[in-house]
Design a protein around this ligand. Structure first.
Ligand SMILES: [Ca+2]
Ligand SMILES: [Ca+2]
Length: 410
């Protein structure tokens, strides 16, 4: 903290010095510098320069902002920026037609890029290049997350019925073998007076996850057709048949036909293995009896397993040495992300980087049977396309109760 203050003081002194020296050159205004932001499409696209991208720059010290649109060379030009540290973001929405010519797939996409901590100190820093990333083409999306749990007939709290549903929003069959699902580290809001946001919040380029589960398979065993989905259950049983829900069955869900469940094998057998629902492969686990995601609201990401994935484990700053580290997953690996926080005031607790998910949903309660379900976008033939703007706050409705394998209709 002390060194941070010294740094701040030094940078203020240096800014003051620059302003002073510029005053000597031009008595009326502070010295400014030009900046060109080059925006590129992802590497596997048919063309590199991204025209029509919106580039926003924010001076981290002063908070001043500016924005510009890239020209046909993919360049956005800012002529007069004060020296300082900048956060630079680029976004580009692709229409289905544009995506078709760039990728061969006719699916709308939202591409994003973020560069943090860019130091503009002089004309030598006048060009910065950002490469856009988005959901990989042919995308899987999180269709529904049911995290709140339910209240039993006698007022008990029930959370074994949590599930996550993943939908093939593309025009092609996607093999889901090796697909991973993970929950993002950090609290969902001001749960207790001393609760602090995740220590990793300043890292905008990676996601830090608690536990990772993977769909087993050789690579071509588990086809998921366009317009179809898979359910991942905490427990793959018919929760409506539990005697605790007699007369109030609609508060919970039947997950006996889930595609997979998270069986957390333990010596004490606290998690039951539902025999009719196959088990995900547990790659990394820091939870308790089962894969329980926060009932106040989880961050969920899906990605493909990749080499040495588990090697990038990171200690939580300030945590006891015995506290298990978290796994760092680069944003570029993430296929889709979802975030729910405790309530609308919990934005400061956001865990998923904005480049992956610019917003969040909330229910302001727990054990309420409420679920987050992705919105209907349009229908192509018999296939429903779900809305995906990489912003959970835009893309998801809160519904009651949860609707496993049921799509929104319009
Ligand atoms: Ca389980
Ligand atoms: Ca099972």
């Amino acid at each position: 903290m002390k060194s941070l203050k010294v740094l701040l003081l030094l940078s203020l002194v240096s800014i003051a010095a620059m302003q002073f020296s510029s005053c000597q050159n031009s008595p009326t205004e502070a010295q400014t510098f030009p900046l060109t932001v080059r925006v590129q499409f992802p590497a596997n696209y048919a063309q590199s320069a991204a025209a029509g991208a919106t580039v926003r720059v924010r001076n981290v010290e002063s908070g001043t902002r500016d924005s510009a649109t890239t020209n046909t060379s993919g360049e956005a030009r800012f002529s007069r920026l004060l020296p300082g540290t900048y956060e630079i973001t680029a976004t580009r929405a692709l229409s289905a037609t544009e995506a078709q010519s760039l990728t061969g797939f006719s699916v709308e996409q939202n591409l994003n890029a973020v560069r943090t901590g860019f130091a503009l100190r002089g004309t030598a820093d006048s060009v910065v290049t950002l490469q856009l990333a988005g959901s990989p083409v042919g995308n899987l999306v999180i269709k529904e997350c049911y995290w709140t749990g339910a209240t039993t007939r006698n007022g008990g709290f029930y959370f074994s019925d949590q599930f996550h549903e993943i939908y093939n929003n593309s025009t092609d069959t996607i093999f889901v073998d090796s697909l991973c699902i993970a929950d993002v580290y950090g609290p969902s809001g001001q749960i207790n007076p001393g609760t602090r946001p995740t220590e990793f919040q300043d890292d905008r380029n990676n996601v830090y996850v608690n536990s990772i589960w993977m769909i087993p398979g050789t690579g071509r065993q588990r086809p998921l057709l366009p317009g179809q989905s898979i359910i991942i259950a905490q427990d793959g049983i018919n929760h409506r048949a539990d005697t605790a829900f007699v007369g109030v069955e609609n508060r919970t869900v039947d997950l006996s036909r889930a595609d997979w469940e998270t069986f957390n094998e333990r010596p004490d057998n606290r998690d039951a293995d539902a025999p009719n629902v196959p088990n995900l492969t547990r790659l990394y686990f820091t939870g308790g009896f089962d894969w329980l995601v926060p009932v106040f609201g989880p961050g969920i990401v899906i990605f493909r397993a990749f080499p040495n994935m588990l090697a990038d484990s990171v200690r939580i700053p300030g945590a006891a040495p015995t506290f298990p580290p978290r796994i760092r997953i680069p944003n570029t690996r993430i296929i889709d992300a979802f975030e729910a926080l405790q309530n609308p005031q919990s934005g400061g607790f956001k865990r998923v980087p904005a480049a992956l998910d610019a917003g969040f949903v909330s229910t302001s309660d727990t054990y309420s049977s409420k679920s987050g379900r992705r919105k209907f976008a349009r229908r192509v033939g018999t296939r429903i396309i779900l809305q995906d703007t990489n912003n959970s706050g835009n893309d998801f409705d809160i519904i009651t109760p949860a609707t496993p394998k049921q799509l929104p209709q319009q």
